[in-house]
Design a protein. Structure first.
Length: 274
């Protein structure tokens, strides 16, 4: 049980008209301020695993973006080594006429080879673990990632973050480089166990960015104590590039026609802000 209550008041999104959902129609997709993408020069994608469909769709909105993906759990060996097993399963499911499983593993095969083309000359994959410091052999800071990506201008970075709990330790770096970051699409985990850290992280980010969307991840549990999901996706826009005064949204969340459940075999979580 959380020692402090979840501050849901600070999570209510502001009304923002130009939202779009990018990425796969399940886990890994985000609702973002689509009109801001054309102003970005870089996508810093923290956490890849074997899914960069969001990154690809962001590139469709702005082909001049360069992508720097950061994930220490995958790399060339990971994708090559799984190909024989995938081929075996493709043959098996073909013989069984299991179209759903066949399609799933064909997609995994395509992804395994696409890794080598997507992360090529223009886009880079760093087999590193983003952290607050670079003391560990795999660790890299957000500042170092931005240096590798190339000199950033004012508010021209789109930051996507899904790093399974490590997001909390790099919040100070996001604040440090907030003048370079235009938009953030991030997944926050363990809201029931790390409530105080989450409250402080959102408070800090809200000082420089405005929340334009929140969605609960229905793969994770629902915390009845806080009456809120344990894992949430939040999208922010840098306050300094917004014109006029924002007003709090009065819409219901999830947004019909915009949000999609992370897993389709259970209903989406209805969100209650305070």
């Amino acid at each position: 049980m959380a020692a402090v209550p979840l501050n849901k008041d600070q999570l209510r999104p502001f009304a923002y008209p130009a939202l779009a959902r990018l990425g796969p129609p399940t886990d890994g997709g985000y609702v973002i301020p689509a009109d801001q993408v054309s102003h970005c020069r870089q996508l810093i994608s923290l956490g890849l695993c074997d899914n960069w469909k969001f990154d690809k769709e962001l590139l469709k909105l702005n082909a001049s973006l360069s992508v720097v993906g950061v994930d220490h759990t995958v790399g060339p060996y990971f994708f090559l080594s799984r190909v024989p097993l995938i081929l075996f399963k493709i043959c098996g499911y073909s013989l069984l006429f299991n179209r759903a499983k066949l399609h799933k593993h064909l997609d995994r095969l395509f992804t395994s080879f696409e890794y080598f083309t997507f992360f090529g000359k223009s886009n880079r994959h760093l087999k590193r673990r983003v952290a607050a410091t670079d003391e560990g052999p795999l660790d890299i800071t957000l500042g170092e990632i931005l240096d590798i990506a190339g000199k950033s201008g004012k508010c021209d970075v789109f930051l996507k973050m899904d790093i399974e709990g490590s997001e909390y330790e790099i919040i100070p770096d996001i604040i440090r480089y907030q003048k370079s970051i235009r938009c953030i699409a991030a997944e926050f985990h363990f809201l029931d166990e790390r409530t105080e850290e989450f409250n402080e992280a959102v408070r800090s980010l809200n000082s420089h960015f405005s929340i334009v969307h929140v969605h609960g991840n229905n793969i994770a549990p629902y915390d009845s104590t806080n009456d809120f999901p344990v894992t949430v996706e939040i999208s922010w826009v840098n306050k300094h590039i917004l014109e006029g005064e924002l007003v709090a949204s009065t819409l219901s969340y999830p947004r019909e026609g915009l949000d999609i459940p992370n897993t389709v075999d259970r209903p989406d979580y209805a969100l209650h802000f305070g």
